[in-house]
Design a protein around this ligand. Structure first.
Ligand code: DQA
Length: 143
């Protein structure tokens, strides 16, 4: 079984970008932690980051063919992208939305998520550990 972990804009700078909000761990660290979990579960991991909305949509389309679930941190596209919501609505598996920071404690424009209209679960404010928590849930439900 295959799972996708998708990351939106600016998350390539994780660890360097506003560390007081997002912490000092990098996306490479996050990928390693995710891979540990999928390896142990005998699952295939596709881990991607893009600053481009269209690329994220293409990966969601690709997941339609192969994946049982998607963990996605859409970053700023969370609050703007009907197109990512539509792509996720065309995906039949599980969708978990992750935010490193607690978006509800931040500016009001971060309080609304288009992706939450589709997500089976949402994690916010657990730091990068949120990816592991979401993936553990996905693995348990897909077993
Ligand atoms: C984020 C929260 C978003 O509001 C922000 O635009 C991000 C990261 C998070 O992981 O906390 O880029 O999704």
């Amino acid at each position: 079984k295959t799972v996708y972990v998708l990351n939106g804009p600016n998350l390539n700078l994780l660890g360097k970008r506003q560390p007081e909000i997002y912490g000092r761990e990098t996306l490479v660290d996050v990928e390693a932690a995710c891979r540990k979990l999928t390896d142990a579960a005998g699952m295939e991991l596709r881990f991607h980051q893009s600053n481009a909305e269209s690329q994220l949509i293409d990966w969601i389309h690709e997941a339609r063919e192969t994946a049982c679930g998607i963990v996605i941190n859409p970053a700023a596209f969370t609050h703007t992208s009907v197109a990512i919501l539509d792509a996720l609505n065309a995906f039949d598996g599980l969708v978990f939305e992750v935010h490193i920071s607690n978006v509800h404690k931040r500016e009001s424009f971060r309080h609304h998520s288009y992706v939450s209209l589709r997500a089976d679960g949402v994690i916010a404010g657990f730091g990068v550990q949120g990816y592991e928590l979401a993936l553990q849930r996905l693995i348990r439900l897909s077993a």
